[in-house]
Ligand binder design. Structure first.
Ligand code: SAH
Ligand code: SF4
Ligand code: F3S
Length: 429
């Protein structure tokens, strides 16, 4: 039996798409290999959000080239966001002639047909036109947590971002189809279902559609949580926050990327909100959901960012006190507006800023974590390894505790007893 191995590089959306690629391959009778070395088909489902993501792919292609030299029958396929970037498929074809199939984001779901075609010739095919993966079979990796797409693409064109170019225009999935998929997941024992979209609050063109979807998805019997990402601050409405507050089945967690605390930089980023408007949204969330977990993404070193602009980001982080913060160094992406801007920042300044920001968030996180000692949280135990259970609360706090195998996949109450290196430890009660 032929074996496949998928290397995935990107966001949750990409990880979920790898589950769909696996679904296609299982349907054709292939089975999963434990590593690239054992596989007959090697897939690279790629990301190009930052240069570092592309560097990782190119590095792994070096290793895969050696595998192909030893075992020439191996079929190598690269797909996802990276080949979709203008010029990249041609570059890959030239630099890596050992790749058999080069396809983009819009035609990944024809993988089966391309594998047949590649028996006779190299396949290099990138489409401009969007095509949805509807009805693609899905081979989910998790038994308790599942992802569900609610929309694809993005229309926001934040000036630094490649996503609208590689994913195409924003389009929403049919309401009833999503309700049916989530309903069947709940019925099949899934406990945590995360709705995916680059900007979930603009589902079907904007309010009140996303709130309505959340309300519809909280009607099933049984204990489960609906999570979602990502929320663009400009589109998050009070209706959505009220829908979250109205049901225990909607997790009390929002990922609300701010990107910068400087109004001048936010404008250059084309984010369409000011730091003041962003803080108003945070207040609105906390008014309705005082214990909600809030996380964010911040980028340092956007073109022309001064020390003063950077300090505005620090200031905002101090005001919000995020539970979790993802920090990035701005990376130039060809074809985007910001790539053509004057005032690109040198790497040393960017590195210095990100280090300071990480330290600031570490201290805030530590202070917050200590304040949780003695609190009890309902958590979903995601896995148990060597007698330790790992779980997450509805507000997205990660907690570890002594556990046994049968705790996996269950909702449990855990009391926080200790904080070590910013990590919460607790005990089952
Ligand atoms: N749609 C989501 C984000 C998707 S990309 C949103 O709007 O929030 C995830 C994160 O990567 C972004 O929030 C941003 O912080 C970061 N990112 C995007 N483009 C980047 C770039 N060119 N350089 C560095 N970080 C980038
Ligand atoms: Fe990129 Fe902005 Fe769209 Fe998010 S909203 S994917 S950052 S363009
Ligand atoms: Fe996701 Fe990376 Fe593509 S973040 S949408 S896999 S560019």
């Amino acid at each position: 039996m032929k074996k496949f191995y998928i290397n995935t590089y990107g966001c949750q959306m990409n990880v979920h798409e790898s589950e769909k690629l696996a679904g296609i391959l299982y349907e054709r009778g292939y089975i999963r290999a434990d590593s690239n070395e054992e596989a007959d088909i090697i897939l690279l489902n790629t990301c190009c959000i930052r240069e570092t993501a592309e560097t990782r792919v190119l590095g792994n292609l070096g290793i895969i080239k050696k595998i192909k030299e030893k075992r020439p029958h191996v079929m190598v396929c690269i797909c996802g966001c990276m080949p979709q970037k203008p010029g990249t498929a041609e570059m890959l074809k030239k630099r890596c002639p050992f790749i058999d199939i080069i396809i983009g984001t819009h035609n990944m779901y024809k993988l089966g047909e391309y594998l047949d075609e590649a028996q006779h010739k190299k396949v290099v095919e990138i489409w401009d036109k969007e095509r949805e993966p509807e009805n693609a079979p899905i081979h989910r990796d998790g038994k308790f947590s599942a992802w569900v797409n609610i929309m694809y693409g993005c229309d926001n064109f934040c000036s630094y971002c490649i996503v609208p170019y590689v994913r195409g225009r924003e389009r929403s999935r049919d309401f009833d189809e999503i309700v049916a998929e989530v309903g069947s997941l709940v019925k099949n024992g899934y406990k945590e279902i995360t709705l995916l979209g680059q900007n979930v609050n603009s589902y079907k063109g904007g309010a009140p559609e996303f709130g309505n979807l959340l309300r519809a998805l909280s009607q099933f019997d049984g204990e489960y949580w609906i999570k979602f990402m990502t929320s663009h601050p400009k589109d998050l409405t009070e209706d959505v926050v009220k829908a979250m507050a109205s049901s225990d089945k909607i997790a009390k967690f929002i990922h609300l990327p701010v990107q910068s605390g400087s109004d001048r930089i936010l404008k250059l980023m084309n984010r369409k909100y000011t730091s003041g408007e962003y803080l108003d949204k945070i207040k609105m969330i906390r008014d309705h959901l005082p214990d909600a977990g809030i996380s964010s993404d911040i980028m340092v070193g956007f073109p022309t960012e001064t020390e003063e602009d950077y300090l505005c980001s620090e200031d905002l982080v101090k005001k919000v006190k995020y539970n979790n913060l993802f920090t990035f160094i701005y990376s130039r992406r060809s074809g985007t507006v910001a790539d053509k801007m004057d005032g690109q920042i040198d790497l040393k300044t960017k590195t210095d800023r990100i280090e300071r920001l990480i330290k600031l968030q570490f201290d805030i996180g530590n202070e917050l974590a200590r304040s949780y000692i003695g609190n009890t949280y309902r958590i979903l135990c995601e896995r148990v390894e060597n007698g330790i259970g790992y779980g997450k609360s509805s507000c997205d706090k990660s907690i570890s505790f002594e556990a046994s195998e049968e705790n996996a996949g269950k909702f449990l109450n855990v009391k926080i007893t200790e904080v070590k290196n910013n990590k919460l430890k607790g005990e089952l009660i």
